[in-house]
Ligand binder design. Structure first.
Ligand SMILES: [Zn+2]
Length: 98
């Protein structure tokens, strides 16, 4: 991966190499996404989602009931979207009520 990044980095110093870098990056992302398992991908998406919520200032709040998520829960699962009550509903496949 390091060598790959290095190559991409060197190519980017050439003129008009932006396209190439974009293509390399998306190929890299595609390979990366294929190389990880479904559950890892799910966590990755949840982490991205958590980062967005940090930007929005809604991080640490349950996306369903808007209660504060327990601090210890956030330490254990920093990308948690739901408070523990709503998480249980989700895991049981029950519909969420807001
Ligand atoms: Zn909740």
């Amino acid at each position: 991966m390091y060598e790959h990044d290095l190559r991409v980095g060197q190519e980017s110093s050439d003129n008009g190499a932006e396209d190439l870098v974009d293509r390399a990056n998306s190929a890299y992302n595609r390979e990366f996404m294929l190389s990880i398992s479904g559950s890892e991908r799910e966590i990755l998406l949840q982490i991205e989602n958590a980062l967005e919520r940090i930007d929005e200032g809604s991080y640490g709040t349950c996306v369903n009931c808007e209660e504060k998520i327990n601090h210890k829960r956030l330490q254990a699962v920093p990308w948690a979207r739901y408070c523990i009550d709503c998480q249980e509903l989700v895991e049981q496949g029950l519909p969420l009520e807001s």
